[in-house]
Design a protein around this ligand. Structure first.
Ligand code: PDD
Length: 287
């Protein structure tokens, strides 16, 4: 495996960053996860745009422009001979002396890791995920806004630990006001009374790129979509629940806090249309 590290492609074992990197010391940095299908990175422009937004929200100046970031991503994929890939682009504040001040760091560290990403097994889409609602609350957006895709993942990891404790695949977090937000690595949707519901961005979530596509598809299919503030009780009485992200696409939830849900038609159809969108994107994309 080869890794992109600060303008160089190096063997994975040589891809190391300093213990003085503020990403390591303080979680000071940002990242994006992308997925490539047949050698094409799906929605690359949207991911790069969000990366720049995250950077701007933490006052980090990315030393590359979008074109250079894109070509570095493709270089990493090609160095590993990948067609279908999981890509992780990380930018930390860089090396500096101890202390929080970002000005201690001369230049950001840029790392791109790409590994093979196969489709999740069909059986998982048929079976669906076991999910809990975590006791851990999602970061208060006036403290650390979840719209910043930051290296500071402890909030999500604490919720993930709760999920593991209960043998669940994923945990949904509420915000400090008790409203639904998102999973540890995904956005949440539920369907009932012929309406597709999903927490709005102002609940304190990452506005997932998959979430945006799924909302568009649903609307085009004539499904009423309502983004808003919802509670545990609202989601418990759903007919269907599913989660979305770049790697899982549209994944049904079969169990939430012990209540059972079918891996139903809504999520199945939305995933089918999502896959169509991926195919069209790949066909039309010019690198
Ligand atoms: N996670 N919410 C959170 C907290 C996430 O970490 C993610 C993505 C999403 C969905 O975003 P998108 O649809 O743009 O992938 C929502 C990625 C997959 C990760 O952490 O690797």
């Amino acid at each position: 495996m080869y890794v992109y590290l600060n303008d160089r492609i190096v063997p994975a074992e040589d891809a190391v960053v300093s213990v003085f990197d503020h990403g390591f010391l303080y979680g000071d940095g940002i990242y994006e996860t992308m997925r490539a299908y047949n050698g094409i990175v799906f929605m690359i422009d949207e991911h790069i745009k969000r990366l720049f937004r995250s950077a701007s929200l933490i006052g980090l100046k990315i030393p590359y422009n979008s074109e250079k970031l894109k070509s570095s991503i493709y270089k990493t994929i090609q160095a590993n001979n990948l067609e279908n890939a999981y890509i992780r682009l990380t930018i930390s504040r860089g090396c500096g002396s101890l202390g929080l001040d970002p000005d201690f760091c001369q230049k950001p560290s840029i790392v791109i890791i790409a590994k093979e990403q196969k489709d999740y097994p069909k059986s998982l889409y048929q079976k669906g995920l076991k999910v809990i609602i975590a006791k851990t609350r999602r970061n208060f957006k006036e403290a650390i806004n979840p719209r910043i895709k930051s290296l500071n993942f402890l909030n999500n990891i604490l919720a993930k630990l709760e999920a593991k404790e209960k043998n669940a695949n994923e945990a949904i977090m509420l915000n400090v006001y008790g409203k639904l937000t998102e999973g540890t690595i995904c956005n949440v949707f539920f369907y009932k009374d012929n309406v597709l519901f999903t927490p709005s961005v102002d609940c304190g979530i990452l506005d997932g790129i998959t979430r945006g596509i799924v909302i568009d598809i649903a609307k085009k299919q004539g499904i009423r979509v309502k983004e808003g503030k919802f509670t545990k009780t609202d989601i418990y009485s759903a007919n269907e629940i599913f989660v979305t992200n770049t790697t899982m696409e549209v994944m049904p939830v079969s169990e939430l806090d012990g209540n059972k849900y079918p891996a139903g038609e809504i999520s199945k159809n939305l995933r089918k249309f999502y896959r169509q969108k991926v195919k069209e994107y790949i066909k039309n994309y010019r690198t």
